[in-house]
Design a protein around this ligand. Structure first.
Ligand code: SAM
Ligand code: SF4
Length: 344
């Protein structure tokens, strides 16, 4: 992996003011913050079963470092912050991180992407700290299929976490599902029925080349067309307008009110409207999931960089963003870091 040549700008650092705009005019308002690269599951499309390379614990940003960097981002125009990982609920200080971000002067909307393990216990404290919304990953409501994908028999914990999220008023609750051929493709309709019955918004994510094992093959992945055909066999789907910069295209199901989404990053890329940047748990800023380089904010921050210097590094990282992820183009290379280490 290359490190972007973003030197600390020193005395010439500009003001801590936005927007974070790239060469193509895309304004970045959405920051995904990975708070850990550790995880309680081992989803086959994300992490290898054994031998997961992890950052040294001393490299992981502490809560105050995360809140400081997010605070700078909000002064640069970031309005939405999504905490992710790895599994964010494994961070013992996650409630403090949420409270710190929610207490920033330019308070952003704070959301969480989680596998749901531990959410039954933490949903209340997180909501009280200022968490607004939650996305829970659930690839099957069939216990055997769930365990086959995640390599852990923990479906009941996820279901308990979902109930707790609803009970404390987190809204909306979205479900993320990845379909794998030969494993859970037949679970698409049962998952949708499960979500509709409970008022959750289900989104299918096309499997991307971000697995730790580097096993992704485009020919084997289940794309948006196939997902929609499967759902369409049992439900009437009506496309919804007004997607904006959202990754998910959405359909009204059986005339509503239920909605289903598909995040078709591979077969229907939406890079042209991207407004997302990412901060890894070890403090590196990435301008794309598939970025070839990253900017080491941790080193600068621990070396005494000022807010203005860090803001310049944010701006330079965004300015260097490529037009698209390039999956399928000649020369495309899967990032060295797996999804769990970047933050999904
Ligand atoms: N552990 C949390 C979870 O599973 O929700 C947060 C981190 S996880 C990396 C975030 C999202 O990325 C999950 O919804 C997961 O399904 C998705 N994901 C992971 N690897 C993926 C891949 N190779 N392709 C598509 N989505 C992936
Ligand atoms: Fe862990 Fe989330 Fe990756 Fe599954 S998708 S292994 S829960 S980080």
């Amino acid at each position: 992996m290359t490190t972007l040549t973003l030197e600390r700008p020193g005395a010439a650092a500009g003001p801590v003011a936005g927007p974070l705009v790239d060469r193509f005019g895309r304004v970045h308002t959405d920051l995904r913050v990975s708070v850990t690269d550790r995880c309680s599951l081992r989803c086959s499309y994300c992490m290898p079963e054994h031998g997961v390379p992890l950052a040294p614990a001393s490299f992981l940003l502490d809560a105050s470092e995360i809140v400081r960097l997010v605070g700078i981002a909000t002064r640069l125009g970031v309005t939405q912050v999504r905490l992710t990982g790895g599994e964010p609920l494994l961070r013992a200080d996650l409630v403090d991180i949420v409270a710190g971000i929610a207490g920033l002067p330019a308070r952003p909307e704070v959301s969480l992407t989680t596998n749901g393990l531990g959410l039954a216990r933490l949903a209340g404290p997180l909501a009280a700290a200022g968490l607004g919304r939650v996305n829970v990953s659930l690839d099957s409501v069939d216990r055997v299929h769930y365990a086959a994908i995640t390599r852990r028999d923990r479906l009941d914990d996820v279901l308990a976490g979902l109930e707790a999220a609803r009970a404390v008023g987190l809204d909306p609750i979205k479900l993320n599902a990845v379909l794998l051929r030969g494993v859970n493709e037949a679970d698409a309709v049962p998952l949708l029925d499960f979500a509709l019955a409970r008022g959750y918004e289900l989104r299918f994510i096309e499997q991307m080349p971000l697995d730790g094992g580097h096993t992704w093959r485009r020919a084997a992945m289940i794309g948006a067309d196939e997902i929609l055909a499967r759902l369409g066999a049992s439900h009437r789907l009506t496309p919804l307008d007004g997607r904006g910069a959202a990754p998910a295209a959405r359909w009204l199901v059986d005339d509503g009110p239920g909605v289903v989404g598909v995040i078709a990053a591979v077969t229907r890329p939406f890079c042209g409207a991207c407004e997302r940047v990412r901060l890894t748990a070890d403090g590196c800023m990435r301008n794309c999931l598939f970025a070839r380089g990253e900017s080491d904010l941790r080193e600068a921050l621990r070396d005494g960089a000022t807010d203005a210097e860090l803001a310049d590094m944010f701006r330079a990282c965004v300015a260097a963003k490529r037009a698209g992820h390039g999956i399928g183009e000649p020369g495309f290379a899967q990032p060295t870091r797996p999804m769990s280490a970047i933050g999904g």
